[in-house]
Every structure is written in structure tokens, then in C-alpha cells.
Ligand binder design. Structure first.
Ligand SMILES: [Zn+2]
Ligand SMILES: [Zn+2]
Length: 200
């Protein structure tokens, strides 16, 4: 079983370096998401049954990782850069998945519920901590596109890019015209541009 929310939040604070509205939101999201898909012990007995997709690289994501134990390096955490305070929780054993997105209206709710609290941060943290799930989240039952090559465990295959020579794991290669095998950077362009190769 997961510890109570306040204990989870102090664990989040340790990992993330401070406590903030995003952490509270992420911790709530993780607790509610796990409950809705029937994962009661994500860091223990259910460790191998949980996959989480996060849609932003901000405070919320650290809290979800701290609470559930999912990690990018274990492939139990997936990152899609949609810029949204939202996450999807999948029970691998049952196939049940839910997506939770923070409601835009929860910000206004914080102003209504705690007008006497001086800082906006406090108003938001209190709201995200104690308001009902329905007041804080949009919750939807979803199907997730999940290929065998996205699952945790050993890499499912490895090839080399015919242009840059770098190895590519888990089917992330692209087959260009003429059957050429390319990495995504060589095929589509990447987030970086090489100035010059320094080594070897
Ligand atoms: Zn933060
Ligand atoms: Zn390449």
C-alpha cells in the first residue's frame, strides 16, 4: 500500500528539492491514477505492472516518479512532450488505463476556496491537496498505443544507422527509400546540429 499523501509529499520534497503546487498535483495524480487502475503497491508487489506516460517535464513529473517509483531508465516512465499537466497510468496486468489532466478551472477554484491565504502558491497547494478528484482532474478511461518494443526488459533488437553509424535500439530506426536503415536524426533532423566531430 502507498503511504498517506503527506508522507508521500515529504518524499517528493526530498527528491525534487522543494515543495510546490506541481508536486502536490503530481502526487495526487499518482495516488488517484494508481487507485483507478487497481495498482495498490506500485513500488513493491505491483512494481512490474505499472507504466506511466507523462506529458510535461516539470515538477509534476518528479512527484509522479517519486510516488510510484517509475523511472525513465527502467522504461516504466514514458515522456511525451505535450506541455500538459497530464499523465496516463496503465496496469500492464489488466490492460486498464486512465489519463488524468489538471483542470484549468482548478486555478480559479484555489482563489475561491482560500481567498484569505496570502500566497498564490499556498492557495494552490491547499486546493490540490484537499479538493475532490473531480474538482482538480479531468479523468478519462483510455487505450494506450503500446508496442512490444516499448516494454521494459531487454532491448528488442539493435541495428546501426547506415549514415552516422550509431547503434539504434528497440526498432527506433527508419527505413528510407532503397531499403536504407537510418536513425531518426539522419532521416528527419534532430534537436542538435554537429559543429565538428571532436573524437575519435
Ligand atoms: Zn517544483
Ligand atoms: Zn544516423
Amino acid at each position: 500500500m502507498l503511504p498517506p499523501l503527506d508522507q508521500l509529499l515529504s518524499e517528493c520534497e526530498t527528491l525534487h528539492g522543494h515543495i510546490c503546487p506541481g508536486q502536490v498535483l503530481g502526487a495526487r495524480m499518482a495516488v488517484t491514477g494508481c487507485r483507478l487502475i487497481g495498482v495498490s503497491d506500485p513500488r513493491g508487489a505491483d512494481k512490474k505492472n505499472l507504466l506511466v506516460w507523462v506529458e510535461i517535464d516539470r515538477c509534476m513529473t518528479d512527484a509522479i516518479s517519486a510516488v510510484t517509483g517509475v523511472r525513465l531508465g527502467r522504461r516504466s516512465l514514458k515522456f511525451f512532450d505535450y506541455g500538459k499537466v497530464a499523465a496516463t497510468f496503465l496496469n500492464l496486468e489488466t490492460g486498464t488505463a486512465v489519463r488524468l489532466a489538471a483542470l484549468e478551472s482548478s486555478r480559479a477554484l484555489a482563489e475561491r476556496l482560500y481567498p484569505n491565504l496570502e500566497s498564490k502558491k499556498e492557495r494552490q497547494m491547499r486546493t490540490y491537496h484537499s479538493a475532490s478528484d473531480n474538482d482538480v482532474f479531468k479523468i478519462e478511461s483510455v487505450n494506450v498505443l503500446l508496442k512490444d518494443q516499448d516494454l521494459p526488459g531487454r532491448p528488442r533488437g539493435r541495428v546501426s544507422c547506415s549514415r552516422c553509424g550509431e547503434g539504434i535500439n528497440d526498432g527506433r530506426e527508419v527505413c528510407a527509400e532503397g531499403g536504407e536503415v537510418l536513425c531518426r536524426v539522419c532521416a528527419f533532423g534532430g534537436y542538435y546540429g554537429t559543429i565538428r566531430q571532436v573524437s575519435p
